[in-house]
Design a protein around this ligand. Structure first.
Ligand code: CAA
Length: 470
């Protein structure tokens, strides 16, 4: 792959709730050392009830766009790797593309390649750019990993999202080499009607190592210079130690080139497709110098590995603080207990909610249409009719509304009323549990959330809410 194609912006997102694995070990009657030392994990990142793969993908993509300074309208392709799609039929890429303000002419698609989907998204964007089909691409990975309670995989659960803006020419990090290796391997799979995967756990470790070593061997055969860092897919930290041993790294190399990535997995658990992308971001934000290389080898069960050699072309320090860093999200954590974690899985009811009025503090933001009859929010790019009212033979006016990325809080109150009813009155959800934590005049930041879920089979309404600006 041409040296001049690569990363021009990156972004992460990790949900802030964390379950300490020492607590889970106690609840499951397991020696905590098994999780902390045996697997090399510490905390499990858990999404808020209003978060899912779409909302996390939006946050990471927005951060990547802010770092790249690319106008969203210039993005020609948006690809999302995820195995936690909220819809079986309807792409995550299509939803976040409109929320981000990318053109309706941008190509959109999702990859469901287990944990290799994020790296596949990068390669696809790079290929589009190389062939001239797109000027800029947005490669995103977003996942929530879940196993049944008491399953051996339970302590490895986690969540997170990561995104790269891919471009050509004056890139920050070039894609120097690329290798793919896949086989039809039955180590881990999930049938479409099932919530949880079926896993042959120890066999999956062998499958991971086999695919990683085969990919690494091919990269080495292309005589790429020895990398300065190794980014592996991290279902848990121990897998990277096993992979490092198989590819022949010595203890000093493991310490310097691999172990810094444990900061990510220990604070989040398995982020599936986003795992390796956030490891690369951790190296970019904290470790690398100009001219250094990262060998990134993903593993997606089923099974495939994709290896990419990234080469740092510019000093990245100036770009790091253009958006919230991965370290910011790793630190921003609110501890929850096993009781909360178990209730959350059974769909915790979050009521009453806080709604407020805001005034804009920025000129850019998210545009939506609101149906003046039922309050449904719609993309400004879609047909100018509300689907629910149209189906009933009614046709009401759609009003354009603008939600700024930054705002000031004007008023707020707790309410049990329907979210669309409140939005029709010009109010917006404020993401705070207690009204005592809010003050009129405080600075707020837009966050895309699940505003409303219409039962098990109905629509999921994604739209803006506001949280405190830090
Ligand atoms: N103190 C210290 N270490 C301890 C310990 C203790 N008291 N008790 C156990 N250990 C060690 C074990 O020796 C073992 O380490 P080694 O592998 O180095 O020997 C480690 O802790 C884990 O112990 P077990 O193998 O006994 O654990 P388990 O069988 O309960 O679960 C697993 C392990 C099968 C991998 C399980 O976590 C699982 O099913 N995970 C989901 C699948 C997965 O993540 N596979 C990884 C490769 S596939 C992939 O990467 C794709 C993906 O994202 C899913």
């Amino acid at each position: 792959m041409s040296k001049i194609i690569g990363i021009i912006g990156w972004g992460s997102y990790i949900p802030s709730l964390r379950l300490p694995l020492t607590d889970l070990a106690k609840a499951r009657n397991v020696d905590p050392k098994k999780y902390l030392k045996g697997l090399i994990l510490e905390k499990m990142a858990l999404p808020q009830p209003y978060e899912d793969a779409v909302t996390m993908a939006f946050e990471a993509a927005k951060n990547a766009l802010d770092r790249s300074k690319v106008n969203p309208e210039d993005i020609g392709i948006v690809v999302v790797g995820t195995e936690s799609k909220p819809y079986s039929v309807k792409s995550v890429a299509g939803i976040i593309k409109d929320l981000l303000g990318c053109s309706p002419y941008a190509y959109v698609g999702d990859y469901d390649a287990a944990c290799a989907g994020g790296i596949q998204a990068i390669v696809t964007c790079a290929a589009f750019i190389k062939s001239g089909l797109a000027k800029f691409g947005l490669a995103v990975a977003s996942d929530i990993s879940e196993y049944e309670f008491y399953h051996p995989g339970e302590p490895t659960q986690g969540a997170g999202a990561a995104a790269f803006v891919i471009g050509k020419g004056n890139v920050d990090v070039s894609i120097e080499n690329f290798v793919a290796y896949s086989t039809d391997t039955n180590d881990f799979f999930r049938r479409s009607e099932e919530r949880y995967p079926f896993v042959y756990g120890h066999f999956s470790e062998e499958a991971y190592l086999e695919h990683v070593i085969k990919t690494h061997e091919k990269i080495v055969s292309t005589r790429s210079p020895k990398p300065d860092y190794y980014a592996f897919h991290l279902p848990f930290g121990k897998m990277a130690l096993k992979a490092s041993k198989r590819i022949g790294l010595d203890d000093e190399e493991v310490e310097r080139k691999v172990k810094p990535s444990f900061e990510v997995v220990k604070a989040t658990g398995n982020q599936y497709a986003a795992s390796i992308l956030n490891v690369v971001i951790h190296f970019l934000e904290n470790m690398v110098n100009v001219g250094e290389r990262i060998e990134a080898i993903s593993y997606g069960s089923g099974a495939q590995s994709i290896g990419i050699i990234f080469k740092v072309e510019h000093d990245l320090k100036k770009k790091v603080n253009l958006a919230p860093t991965l370290n910011h999200y790793l630190r921003k954590s609110k501890l929850v207990d096993v009781k909360y974690y178990e209730q959350r899985r059974r769909n915790l009811k979050e009521k009453p909610l806080i709604f407020g009025k805001i005034e804009p503090n920025s000129t850019n933001g998210v545009k939506r249409f609101i149906c003046e009859n039922c309050g449904m929010l719609l993309s400004p790019y879609t047909i100018k009719k509300c689907p629910r009212c149209y189906e009933k033979g009614e046709n009401f006016r759609l009003r354009e509304i603008f939600y700024p990325f930054k705002a000031k809080l004007l008023s707020f109150e707790e309410t049990e009323k329907d979210v669309f009813e409140e939005m029709l009155k010009g109010k917006i959800r404020i993401l705070e549990e207690e009204t005592e934590n809010l003050k009129v005049g405080m600075d707020l930041k837009l966050k895309v959330i699940k505003l409303k879920v219409e039962g098990k089979n109905g629509l999921i309404h994604y739209g803006p809410a506001y949280e405190k600006q830090e």
